[in-house]
Design a protein around this ligand. Structure first.
Ligand SMILES: *[C@@H]1O[C@H](CO)[C@@H](O)[C@H](O)[C@H]1NC(C)=O
Ligand SMILES: *[C@@H]1O[C@H](CO)[C@@H](O)[C@H](O)[C@H]1NC(C)=O
Ligand SMILES: *[C@@H]1O[C@H](CO)[C@@H](O)[C@H](O)[C@H]1NC(C)=O
Ligand SMILES: *[C@@H]1O[C@H](CO)[C@@H](O)[C@H](O)[C@H]1NC(C)=O
Ligand SMILES: *[C@@H]1O[C@H](CO)[C@@H](O)[C@H](O)[C@H]1NC(C)=O
Length: 182
């Protein structure tokens, strides 16, 4: 009888150990799997939009954006003061500071950011005339947030999120179209 009880006890211990291994594995694959945030513009609209003629090509606008940092980790993502830039033909035509923030665990931090852009900032050669003729100016945006993920104040890991979006300014409607972020 005693031997039988021992066997039963051993079986419970074995089941308990297997259970623990499963729990630890799930924990390691979810909570401890630390990823960088997804950084994107959720919306972009243009105000104070002006554009010149094909013979005297230029454009300027204030891009009113919702800058979103999506943190999928089970701990917050804190990022310092960073920069977001708008480029035309690979050249920066406007940039603004992104203030230092904290995106809570498994949530998206949204910040309203306005970026003034102007073709006056172009320094290299571009064919603005053809863009004005086509009635559309294609823009890209860039930003890198070098931050830190912190889980339960114990696990800390440097992680960064990179933004890369494309959009078009429609010169006739003065609107931003086809916003797409990677
Ligand atoms: C943000 O960074 C800029 C330069 O990149 C600096 O001038 C400014 O003081 C910083 N602001 C804060 C709150 O750290
Ligand atoms: C710019 O594009 C226009 C057509 O839209 C063309 O006529 C002109 O030659 C181009 N200029 C340069 C410098 O490529
Ligand atoms: C600008 O918007 C108008 C109206 O929505 C549209 O008809 C036109 O095709 C757009 N232009 C470009 C270059 O996408
Ligand atoms: C601008 O982007 C649109 C797609 O959004 C593309 O069809 C078009 O060719 C691009 N124009 C230029 C001048 O790159
Ligand atoms: C994390 O980044 C901070 C500054 O942002 C730096 O001081 C620290 O050395 C980095 N830690 C690691 C492990 O790379």
């Amino acid at each position: 009888m005693k031997g039988g009880g021992n066997k039963k006890c051993l079986a419970y211990v074995a089941i308990f150990i297997v259970f623990q291994i499963i729990v630890i594995t799930i924990f390691a694959l979810t909570v401890l799997k630390i990823k960088g945030p997804k950084v994107r513009f959720q919306t972009v609209t243009a105000s104070n939009f002006n554009s010149g003629s094909p013979s005297s090509p230029s454009f300027s606008a204030d891009l009113v954006t919702k800058f979103a940092v999506k943190n999928t980790n089970f701990g917050h993502f804190k990022y310092p003061n960073s920069t977001v830039s708008i480029l035309y033909d690979g050249q920066v035509i406007g940039s603004t500071d992104v203030p230092s923030q904290k995106a809570k665990a498994r949530s998206t931090r949204r910040t309203d950011i306005t970026i003034s852009i102007s073709s006056d900032k172009l320094t290299g050669t571009t064919n603005l005339t053809s863009a004005i003729n086509a009635g559309v100016v294609n823009l890209t945006s860039e930003s890198t947030l070098k931050g830190k993920v912190e889980i339960m104040k114990i696990i800390k890991k440097n992680k960064s999120g990179k933004m890369s979006c494309t959009m078009s300014l429609n010169l006739s409607t003065k609107a931003v179209e086809n916003l797409m972020c990677k």
